[in-house]
Design a protein around this ligand. Structure first.
Ligand SMILES: *Cc1c(COP(=O)(O)O)cnc(C)c1O
Length: 399
């Protein structure tokens, strides 16, 4: 994979007609090391946020050894890229064939569930295995998160105690897991959720070996500047220590977004301007799904070879993507120089999580090259950590 100093040099070298994905291995390495070193427990990377094999390799080399997978496709992928990794199957609804393949062929021992039916499936599919770690997913509030995950999964409150007791019978290790919703803007989200965990443990009176607080750790976007991640870790540690659990119980988390948001950005070309609307060559069916469908805002910057063209005032623009579909529209607002015009290029930042991972080929739109850049991401939550480590640059040569 080619490596460039920054996005402007990519534009100067390629003048690309298709959107170009920029990856920053050093940013993923920094985020992974931050979790591996500072989270007061074990960090499982949530693969769905970005399943790129290059990224998985970087995370592994940076101290992430456990991976939260949610489909047999993710199980096979991670097992192939990282034969030594520990895989935890944290989707609470699976087919028996999927469970059996994960258990017997890929060595998966950790599964989540939120119903008695799923528990019975896991027992049958693993032939009543006695080495399972089973995590009961409970429902918690998503009120502090920008994207709710409260509706779809999680045992009904009235079932939690009986499900914990039944799971305890089958499990070698019993866990409780939850997800506060993605992009949780305050650490209080986790403290509130821990209260549900406490109530569940007391009601069921079971010994709990694992408390898995899920994902939800934020990244930085325009209009969304969360407190430092350390403040999340502190409240999680304090409330975990307070739970009625044994001294040897483990604390796990499953960050997706916070690990990989800074890993990738995109260069797009302006094909046409109509007032304050820019027609660009990537969109809702490409890496900008969240910008279109949940009105997510991303940082943007015009790329130009001479830096002084950016001295003009900024205007709020919206984007249209390259397909023929009206829904291929990103409202923004995206603040760009007033005089931006067709044939200009823009870098759209912070697309490493739920951006590049969600591309489709709809309408025959192609994505261009992927290249490495060495500069800093457009925003970061990891200021205090050293970003450029000599160990990660050779990755460019290896890939
Ligand atoms: C999506 C998901 C995650 C990752 O969530 P982020 O908000 O990206 O940190 C973690 N765990 C589970 C079970 C998920 O579904």
């Amino acid at each position: 994979m080619y490596s460039y100093p920054d996005a402007s040099s990519v534009v100067a070298a390629l003048r690309p007609d298709e959107s170009v994905t920029l990856i920053r291995p050093h940013a993923a390495q920094r985020a992974a090391r931050f979790f591996a070193e500072k989270f007061p427990g074990k960090s499982l990377y949530a693969v769905k946020a970005n399943p790129s094999p290059d990224l998985l390799q970087i995370l592994w080399e940076s101290g992430i050894t456990h991976f939260d997978v949610a489909s047999i496709g993710e199980v096979r992928l991670v097992r192939q890229v990282l034969p030594q990794a520990t895989l935890c199957f944290m989707h609470p609804v699976k087919s028996e064939r999927t469970i059996a393949e994960a258990y017997f062929q890929h060595g998966v021992r950790t599964f989540s569930l939120d119903t008695h039916e799923e528990l019975a499936k896991i027992a049958r599919a693993t032939k009543n295995a006695d080495d399972l770690e089973l995590c009961v997913r409970i429902r918690v509030s998503s009120e502090h998160a920008k994207l709710s995950l409260a509706a779809k999964f999680g045992a009904e409150p009235e079932d939690v105690a009986s499900l914990l007791m039944a799971t305890r019978q089958l499990a070698d290790g019993l866990g409780i897991c939850f997800h506060v919703g993605s992009q949780a803007m305050t650490p209080q989200a986790y403290a509130d959720a821990m209260e549900y965990v406490r109530a569940a443990i007391l009601e069921a009176s079971v010994t709990v070996d694992i408390v898995d607080i899920g994902g939800g750790f934020p990244s930085v976007y325009p209009g969304m500047e969360p407190p430092a991640l350390e403040s999340y870790f502190k409240i999680i540690d304090d409330t975990f220590e307070d739970l009625p659990i044994s001294y040897s119980a483990e604390l796990w988390c499953e960050p997706g977004r916070a690990i990989c948001a800074e890993y990738a950005s995109l260069i797009v070309k302006v094909e046409k301007r109509r007032g304050s609307e820019l027609y660009i060559n990537d969109g809702a069916y490409g890496a900008l799904f969240d910008a279109a469908h949940v009105a997510w805002r991303f940082p943007v910057e015009r790329l130009s070879e001479s830096q002084d063209t950016d001295t003009t005032d900024k205007t709020a623009f919206s984007f249209y993507g390259p397909t023929c579909d009206d829904l291929d529209h990103m409202a923004g607002p995206f603040l760009l120089p007033d005089n931006i015009a067709a044939d200009d290029y823009i870098e759209i930042g912070m697309l490493g999580a739920y951006g590049c991972a969600m591309r489709t080929g709809f309408n025959g739109i192609q994505t261009g090259e992927t290249v490495i850049v060495e500069d800093q991401p457009m925003a970061t939550l990891y200021d205090a950590m050293p970003a450029n480590d000599a160990n990660v640059l050779p990755f460019a040569a290896k890939a």
